[in-house]
Write a protein that binds this ligand. Structure first.
Ligand SMILES: [Zn+2]
Length: 407
């Protein structure tokens, strides 16, 4: 396995540099920290540095030094599907979908759970914790179990039954919480300082965050290092968006790709703090939010990462948009019928937002566009189709088949 080229942690606000270690904020200004790598080595060796399959193929650009700590359930290496039928339907030259539902627990979160739990081992922790609407909880619990660590998972009371079942099966300690994510995460973030558990939350931990950077590396490698013109990523707190944007920038700086794609930030309209700020030209203003079908995007207070996502959008000439719940559910049906991909509402919010931005002419359809579909639909709870059955004899069955197929 390849060595990690992680070199230090840099503050995204004041630029102060910190030695590698379990550190969540800048010691000088409390800014968020970003892992940095030996760019000269990356430039010198290029993609030849990569080896093996899955997420740990990108170990040189991940912060886990000892291969023994690199916990895996087979995450990463997810399909990048070319979708000509859907592209034609939307009037887009070429549409690619990065299907993250193919990860071991059915979500993109497995990428960050892998590096978070690996970092927990690296820094000698025996327990992990996370506050979750469902996907992160089951993913962190599964990876903690795989690594032999305790997991204290706080799950949203409205989490879907399949997600709750999954968490109950894999977590050592599952606690159901009432109220909204934004309130509990504020309290929980303060407890992180006491080091009772390893922080598997999305707000600050640069080691956890880093796993999702592999999305950018995979998309680039799957397109022969000529990545799409546009990449649409979801924003709840901003982890997937920021990590993907950083991955592309890192490859560009190391000369692995010529240019970084234009990034589009996708939110649910019912939790659209970043998208609103982008349109207004001002800072992110926290929102009090209600329920959205895109449960994983239900954050009205993205905190400092929201500001970071906004900064990346503005620096990179990106676009932000949001979609109503009805449009998200319509995109879910469209994707299932047109391409056979069954994704959850959180996962297809990117597609719904892309459709809206194309209608508003804010995204150029003459480009190659990639949307990240972050979760499977198999963990979604929704009204099931009618179970009223029909009994057949040979004649009635033949009539039905001929009638339905028009033969
Ligand atoms: Zn700082």
């Amino acid at each position: 396995m390849s060595a990690s080229l992680a070199r230090d942690l840099a503050c995204i606000d004041c630029g102060a540099v910190h030695a590698l270690g379990y550190r969540l904020e800048c010691g000088k200004c409390q800014g968020l920290l970003e892992l940095r790598y030996d760019v000269d080595e990356l430039r010198r060796h290029g993609p030849a540095l990569l080896g093996g399959a899955g997420l740990w193929r990108y170990a040189p650009v991940l912060p886990i030094a000892d291969p023994a700590h690199r916990v895996t359930l087979g995450e990463g290496g997810t399909p990048l599907l070319d979708c000509p039928r859907l592209a034609t339907r939307l009037g887009v030259r070429r549409l690619l979908l990065k299907c993250e539902g193919a990860n071991p627990t059915g979500t993109v979160k497995d990428r960050t759970s892998a590096t978070a739990v690996a970092a927990a081992l690296q820094f000698g922790f025996t327990a992990t914790s996370v506050v979750s609407s469902g996907n992160a909880g089951s993913s962190v619990a599964a990876y903690s179990a795989r690594a032999g660590l305790r997991s204290l998972v706080f799950a949203y009371e409205r989490a879907s039954a399949p997600k709750l079942l999954h968490m109950a099966a894999t977590a050592t300690d599952l606690v159901i919480y009432r109220g909204v994510y934004d309130d509990l995460i504020g309290l929980w973030d303060r407890l992180v300082e006491e080091r009772l558990f390893f922080d598997c939350g999305a707000s600050r931990n640069p080691y956890k965050h880093e796993g999702k950077k592999t999305l950018a590396y995979e998309i680039a490698e799957q397109t022969a290092w000529q990545p799409p013109d546009v990449v649409v990523a979801p924003v709840a707190v901003g982890e997937t968006f920021i990590a993907t944007a950083r991955g592309f920038r890192e490859m560009r700086d190391a000369g692995w790709i010529e240019r970084a794609p234009l990034m589009v930030a996708a939110q649910a309209t019912r939790a659209n703090a970043v998208s609103r700020a982008f349109r207004s030209g001002g800072p992110v203003v926290p929102l009090t939010i209600g329920y959205t079908v895109a449960e994983g995007l239900a954050s009205g207070h993205p905190g400092r990462k929201g500001a970071w996502a906004l900064r990346l959008l503005r620096e990179g000439g990106g676009v932000a948009g949001d979609a109503e719940d009805e449009a998200i559910l319509a995109a879910q049906r469209l994707l299932a019928r047109e391409e056979g991909v069954w994704a959850g509402p959180t996962g297809v919010a990117t597609l719904a937002v892309l459709i809206r931005l194309l209608e508003e002419r804010l995204v150029d359809p003459a480009q190659t566009i990639c949307a990240i579909v972050t979760e499977t639909g198999l963990k979604t709870e929704a009204e099931t189709p009618s179970r009223a059955g029909t009994a057949f004899d040979e004649d009635s069955l033949r009539r039905l088949v001929r009638d339905r197929l028009g033969r």
